[in-house]
Design a protein. Structure first.
Length: 602
């Protein structure tokens, strides 16, 4: 893979000023690799390419399968798109040759760009005006390169690590740029070596980057390293100021580390002893310290995607809300609503939440609907429920859309919204997606609204801490330098959403806090609710070694005079094998390289 000439994908003329939504198309440039020493824009283009293929869409809907979340391959959702690869995978078509969640090619390509950049960056002249600006710009891009390499490697490892002869094994680590003379027939590294390498890249990035980007007003605030080179506040602001918001900073990297640590400590990977629960809790705490710990939990964070006033007035130079560890796209369009609104609102209804997920939301009292104390009324199943249910899912009778119309999914409705009324548009389950959508968009005629994407929310990191702290020391112990426990986090999340029992507390949470096992169940359920449709459930079930083949149900509603009858038919049967807790190495790669052992079962 010799890059004597590189085709830069629209990067040569673009400064890395923000996430992928700020990249503008440019003419392709065929340039000799030696040009990298003379042209910093060319060097930056290598990092641009690594940015452009980050495997997480800002709205949680995966570009890997045409805008559909991996949740449709779990018990949380299905799709009415019969050609969707995640759907086929869940129904039994997952093989080493047909892998909808494969990360192999894209991640290694991105890592290659990072390796090439890191091999040259110290010799690039980044700024001719001063030694200090040259050093600051070098650190800026070098730090982003290390962070991106670690991030891409994490997604590669998560998708392709697995057991070989019963031993958990990682993937090959490539840290140098490789060309046609390189030996690609190399064995896989251990899982622990992979985790250590990812964390090493993140630590190198932290050494180079600021906590966050923003202008400073005084020369006294210039870091000592650059001040010794003669840098003043004006120079610092050119390299690390407000203009750079959207690039990777240390706050984001600490969130990355928390994600990786939780992954490595989980039951499916614990045998490698790469990370302990206590270490995972500690890394989550380090990330949460950036918002002030538990007191910094954003009260509006559970419905960040529909905070209209903030979104409409947002500029990329503004500070992000407390909820956002790493923002994604911010743009005005109707794409999401066109894909996911019910057909009565001119949408395609492509993601259909399941009855399984709906049943996971407690009542507003905090008790599960199966608990006699919950107040759940099976004749009015959507009344007095956890407010997150109606914020994330469109149930029968809910209002959405610019005209404020109620969605009618009952049998005999004159609309196309009832279950299976029109192939490819109507819901398979009787529910429609609301999360990620603006509820005030009009599709006829189309009138776009500004949308806010979140790649990583601090809610996720709070949940990471709760899970790790409970596993390390139980429900009410503070772990990893925190002054709060798993119990405190879950109490705050539920209270934020509006859960409260008749006595003014959270009696069910208090019951769960009596044992690690009960608290584990509650934490996992809270994670399921808070992070639904954000591409977590697919990976969470596997790292927990939780059941994968739970039958997926929907709801069929028929009118009975002034009341309704509710039936809950099975709508899809998952078909996973036990070895599918780990994904395969691509068949073609295992076939080409004798030293690249395939995961067991594939």
């Amino acid at each position: 893979m010799k890059l004597k000439n590189i085709i830069l994908l629209g990067a040569a003329a673009v400064a890395l000023t923000a996430c992928d939504d700020l990249f503008e198309p440019a003419l392709e440039s065929n340039l000799d690799i030696e040009q990298i020493h003379k042209d910093p824009l060319f060097a930056r283009g290598l990092i641009d390419n690594a940015f452009l293929v980050i495997p997480i869409n800002a709205d949680g809907l995966s570009s890997a399968s045409n805008g559909i979340s991996t949740d449709v391959a779990t018990d949380d959702a299905v799709t009415n798109d019969n050609d969707n690869n995640y759907k086929k995978m869940a129904l039994g078509s997952w093989t080493a040759r047909a892998n909808a969640v494969s990360q192999w090619n894209d991640r290694y390509h991105a890592i290659m760009y990072c390796n090439l950049f890191l091999s040259y960056c110290d010799n690039v002249t980044w700024d001719y005006s001063s030694e200090a600006l040259n050093e600051m710009h070098k650190d800026l891009y070098k730090g982003n390169a290390y962070a991106l390499r670690g991030l891409h490697f994490f997604h590669l490892l998560r998708a392709h690590c697995g057991k070989v002869d019963g031993v958990l094994t990682g993937v090959p680590i490539h840290l140098n740029f490789e060309d046609g003379t390189s030996d690609f027939n190399v064995p896989r590294n251990t899982f622990k070596e992979c985790i250590d390498q990812i964390m090493s890249d993140f630590d190198h990035a932290i050494e180079c980057l600021p906590t966050d980007y923003g202008d400073i007003n005084s020369d006294n605030d210039v870091p000592a390293k650059y001040k010794a080179m003669g840098a003043n506040a004006l120079a610092y602001n050119r390299a690390f100021g407000t203009l750079q918001k959207g690039k990777i900073d240390c706050q984001m990297i600490q969130a990355f580390k928390a994600q990786v640590a939780l992954f490595a400590a989980s039951p499916a990977y614990a045998s490698a002893e790469a990370m302990t629960w206590e270490q995972a809790a500690q890394m989550a705490v380090q990330s949460l310290n950036n918002v002030g710990g538990l007191s910094g939990m954003d009260p509006e964070g559970w419905h960040w995607f529909n905070n209209k006033e903030f979104i409409e007035n947002y500029s990329f130079r503004d500070d992000d809300p407390l909820e956002i560890a790493w923002r994604g796209n911010v743009g005005e369009n109707t794409t999401l609503e066109s894909d996911y609104y019910p057909p009565s609102l001119e949408g395609k209804g492509r993601i259909n939440p399941t009855q399984n997920l709906v049943d996971a939301f407690p009542t507003v009292t905090g008790f599960p609907i199966t608990d006699s104390r919950s107040g759940y009324d099976p004749k009015n199943p959507y009344d007095n429920r956890d407010p997150r249910l109606h914020a994330y899912i469109v149930c029968n009778g809910d209002v959405i859309g610019a005209k404020g119309e109620a969605i009618n999914t009952t049998e005999g409705s004159p609309t196309l919204d009832p279950i299976n009324k029109e192939l490819g548009r109507s819901s398979i389950t009787g529910y429609y997606l609301r999360k990620h959508l603006r509820d005030d968009v009009n599709l006829n005629p189309a009138a776009g609204k500004k949308h806010w994407g979140a790649r990583i929310r601090y809610t996720e990191i709070f949940l990471d801490y709760a899970e790790a702290a409970n596993e390390a020391a139980g429900p009410k112990a503070a772990v990893g330098g925190a002054n709060y426990s798993a119990y405190d986090v879950i109490k705050a999340l539920r209270h934020r959403a509006g859960i409260q029992d008749p006595a003014g507390g959270d009696a069910y949470l208090d019951e769960c806090a009596q044992s690690k096992e009960k608290m584990r169940e509650l934490i996992r359920n809270e994670r399921r609710l808070e992070l639904c449709f954000e591409n977590h459930r697919f990976w969470d079930l596997r790292r927990w070694l939780a059941p994968l083949n739970t039958p997926v149900k929907g709801v069929r509603i028929t009118a009975n005079g002034d009341s309704y009858n509710y039936e809950y038919p099975e709508v899809e049967q998952r078909n996973y094998q036990d070895f599918m807790y780990y994904g395969p190495i691509p068949y073609s790669e295992a076939l080409k390289y004798s030293n690249l052992r395939q995961n067991d079962g594939w």
